[in-house]
Design a protein around this ligand. Structure first.
Ligand SMILES: [Ca+2]
Length: 208
């Protein structure tokens, strides 16, 4: 019986090393104009949030991030940030969310939230639509993600475009990525799990 208890403990410990809890991996609230992560999970590195447009010419909405000078035609300007697990760890991404909007009624009329799926070479659209009204926030985007076993950099971009006038822009706030960070299991962890389960099976079989 002692052997069986030890084996069960081995299996549980090995399984624990492989599993992990869902949590906020990285978040940005832009309090006081800060573009660094306000929350960053252990073993996760979130970049600053940057943008390709200009910072001037727009209105001030406290504790949000503003980008002006968006293209009046195609989607070329965007906010961007990325995250990556520390060496030896991997990410599972479950959801990304952010507040979006504009503060001019002739500002950008289109938005698109995108994620890099294979490094920086391509981006998959997660959510897209039109922007109307001139209050902020107009709404929250929170598409789910099914990205697992990520060891490289994952980049998110929020595009705004098709503005009605020059020097118009969009805003974002409360950016958040949910998921899990877990140690990449050593082959020995799987070996231990397999050995423990195998021994338990053998013990059970022996008794029948
Ligand atoms: Ca804020």
């Amino acid at each position: 019986m002692k052997l069986k208890s030890a084996l069960i403990l081995t299996v549980v410990l090995a399984a624990c090393q492989i599993s992990s809890q869902a949590a906020t991996l990285v978040a940005y609230t832009f309090t006081g104009g800060s573009v660094t992560p306000s929350t960053e999970a252990t073993f996760v590195n979130g970049s600053d949030v940057t943008f390709t447009g200009t910072a001037t010419g727009g209105p001030t909405v406290a504790d949000t991030l503003f980008m002006s000078g968006v293209n009046q035609g195609t989607a070329t300007h965007y906010f961007t940030f990325n995250l990556q697990a520390d060496s030896g760890y991997q990410l599972t991404l479950n959801q990304v969310s952010l507040d979006y909007g504009r503060t001019h009624n002739n500002g950008p009329t289109q938005y698109s939230l995108r994620v890099s799926t294979d490094g920086f070479s391509s981006h998959t659209e997660l959510s897209a639509g039109s922007v109307t009204g001139d209050t902020f926030p107009l709404g929250t985007l929170n598409p789910s993600l099914t990205l697992t076993g990520i060891t490289g950099v994952v980049e998110f971009r929020m595009y705004y475009w098709n503005a009605g006038a020059a020097n118009r822009g969009g805003l974002i706030d409360n950016v958040l990525v949910d998921g899990t960070v877990s140690a990449i299991p050593e082959p020995s962890t799987y070996a231990l799990l397999g050995l423990g389960l195998g021994a338990l099976w053998w013990l059970r079989r022996k008794r029948v």
